[in-house]
Design a protein around this ligand. Sequence first.
Ligand SMILES: *Cc1c(COP(=O)(O)O)cnc(C)c1O
Length: 427
Amino acid sequence: MHDFKYKRNCLYCEDVRVLDLARRFGTPLYVYSYKTLTDHFLKLKTAFEEIRPLICYSVKANSNLAILKALVDKGAGLDVVSGGELFRAKKAGCPAKKIVYASVGKTDYEIETAIKMGILFFNVESLPELTNINRIAKRINRTVNIAIRINPDVEPKTHKFITTGKLTNKFGIDFKTAEDILSKSKDFSNISIKGLHIHIGSQITESAPFIAAVTKIVNFIEKIKGKGINLEYLNIGGGLGIIYDKETPQTAKEFAGKILPTLKKTGLKIIMEPGRFIVGNAGILVARVLYIKSTPIKKFIIVDGGMNDLIRPSLYGAYHTILPLLASKTKPQAMGKYDVVGPICESGDFFAKDRVLPPVKEGDFLAIMSTGAYGFSMSSNYNSRPRAAEVLVSRNKIFTIRKREGYNNLIYNELTSFNPAFCGMRG
Ligand SMILES: *Cc1c(COP(=O)(O)O)cnc(C)c1O
């Protein structure tokens, strides 16, 4: 569900005509609905009301400060995966005690910064990392809370690039090693093991993989309880799927219905880390049609947004609905089949292949739907393209939350003050 709808043939974001935004701010342009964003957070919160979980929004899905602040203001915590995200979390005003930090490759600097900030805990992904966190904590004379990220070895039935809970993936610690660590926890003088964490993948539309993973971990918790090891937290990660095409993902309520009984049995405080579920359908990417190009065998719609703005189709073969900002009644025989592509010098630069669309002409605008998650946050400057602007709409109010980059942003950190005389080979 989202708040991008046609009214009198014009696509609206809440009470604002998207066409007006495209004309005013230029394209490519990301447009977000405040209502959709916060409604999704509240849906999850309400569905799990009974156990009052800490919902840590996963910053990497969309890390714009305004998006973070909107969610933090509603009571969300944040799930970060780098020092940069930690910096953003702080800037957005998130209390440190609502921040959890996962990543297989945390650096010493990142670890020390997070310890000093006083985050709730690290989700630790390997024994060497645990040893390192202990060493750093000891050096600065602190005791650090951690959760062990378990790799439960379950198949989440999603794209292989976004599967994270199989033993062939780099994430988490297997049950056997985790048990060893827990029984030797006294070896880690400056660490307090507070809980367990799982995150099995992204865009998971069924409940079965979650149930499988949570059941495994709950059995494990029972087992270690028998050895006198008691924990405080269970972090069940993110990964809830959304509708891009014809998926029928479980709703927050259905998910809660299936999983709550098992979670309640643990008696632990529950944390979740949804990203896509909260922000995915809350954003669209608007692009303008530059050219219609017909070849003997194909028709291309060439737009002014590219894979540098939205890489999901190129990277995951992801499907995104494409809608014209101005709808017209089109007879089926007038529909055409197009590849919607960007201007970038890569054949992988496309938003859709062989997509059936109503006739479009140069200068028309298209909306690439459900691009709120892993859209702007995965964007780049490839082909020296300044990154898109981002605007947030709430009812009839419009807020610029990221200005469009200019050419100066592209070269901001580059230096040409080298001396060619020192660069050549000596003859
Ligand atoms: C990416 C990530 C999430 C969020 O995943 P979604 O599929 O967007 O919900 C949660 N937890 C961790 C550890 C992650 O890496």
